[in-house]
Design a protein around this ligand. Structure first.
Ligand code: SF4
Ligand code: SF4
Ligand code: SF4
Length: 252
């Protein structure tokens, strides 16, 4: 069965319990942080930070009201992820339950997935030469909900079968007079396993509109391994022929 998480920024209070729960479940170290004008802490996702609460200041032009918006950000776990086919060593797996997982032991640090992801999610670490990201708690799901979901005190994150989550998202979108993000805007990626209900434009939250067609760079990287393999085979054949010619020259 396929599962999903509903992300409801209108319910998020910015407490960062999800960030802490993710660190604890994955045994990830804390990071030295500095004050930022955006108040976020840490500033962004990293090799050791799989989920991040973004703070955005929203200004309503009609009422001139200002308000803080908080929301949880991490891998979207796309149904047809651009990162997985871009990986030349098959280090990224999309599971039928929903999670897209980087198998760090297989990662060679080429960063193709970093370039392929339209959301800027995979994080490269120069010390280990590896990439990491949220794995949708594939080592808990479906017996237990993801650690971040379990820790959320306001139900801004809800886990369940994807079909139920879609129904909940539609109902919530009606209540908020908002819309669902993770469907139309990300159509080239087949939808996502983290689905947002937004009561404002995606740009307020800094969410990209991936659009109707996969950008050319993403498309090229997505299928790059199909170019790399023939190139590698061609290179090998050239080397064999070159070596044979050198041996023949020596014998003459
Ligand atoms: S958001 Fe990026 S890293 Fe996550 S599954 Fe989609 S393409 Fe891959
Ligand atoms: S950096 Fe990304 S694409 Fe490259 S090997 Fe690692 S997981 Fe695969
Ligand atoms: S799903 Fe798991 S790995 Fe991903 S952000 Fe939540 S706690 Fe972290």
């Amino acid at each position: 069965m396929e599962y999903a998480v509903l992300v409801d920024p209108a319910k998020c209070i910015g407490c960062r319990a999800c960030q802490v729960a993710c660190k604890r479940w994955n045994d990830l170290p804390g990071e030295v942080t500095t004050f930022s004008p955006e108040w976020t802490n840490p500033l962004k996702l990293s090799f050791n930070t799989f989920t991040h609460i973004k703070f955005k200041f929203e200004h309503n032009n009609e009422t001139d009201e200002m308000k803080w918006r908080f929301f949880n950000w991490r891998c979207m776990h796309c149904k047809d992820p651009a990162c997985a086919p871009a990986c030349p060593v098959n280090a990224i797996t999309k599971y039928e339950e929903g999670p897209v997982v980087v198998h760090t032991d297989r990662c060679i640090g080429c960063k193709f997935c970093v370039s392929a992801c339209p959301f800027g999610i995979p994080q490269f670490d120069a010390d280990t030469g590896k990439v990491s990201k949220c794995h949708m708690c594939y080592n808990r799901v479906p017996n237990k909900e993801p650690a971040c979901v379990q820790s959320c005190p306001t139900d801004a994150l809800i886990f369940g079968p994807r079909e139920d989550i879609i129904l909940k998202a539609k109902k919530r979108a009606q209540e908020l007079n908002g819309h669902i993000y993770g469907d139309v805007e990300v159509k080239p990626l087949g939808g996502t396993s983290f689905i947002y209900v937004l009561d404002s434009d995606p740009s307020v939250f800094g969410l990209p509109n991936v659009g109707e067609s996969v950008p050319a760079t993403v498309s090229a990287l997505k299928y790059s391994k199909f170019l790399l393999v023939p190139a590698a085979v061609g290179g090998l054949l050239y080397l064999v022929a070159w070596r044979k010619r050198r041996m023949e020259e020596k014998e003459e």
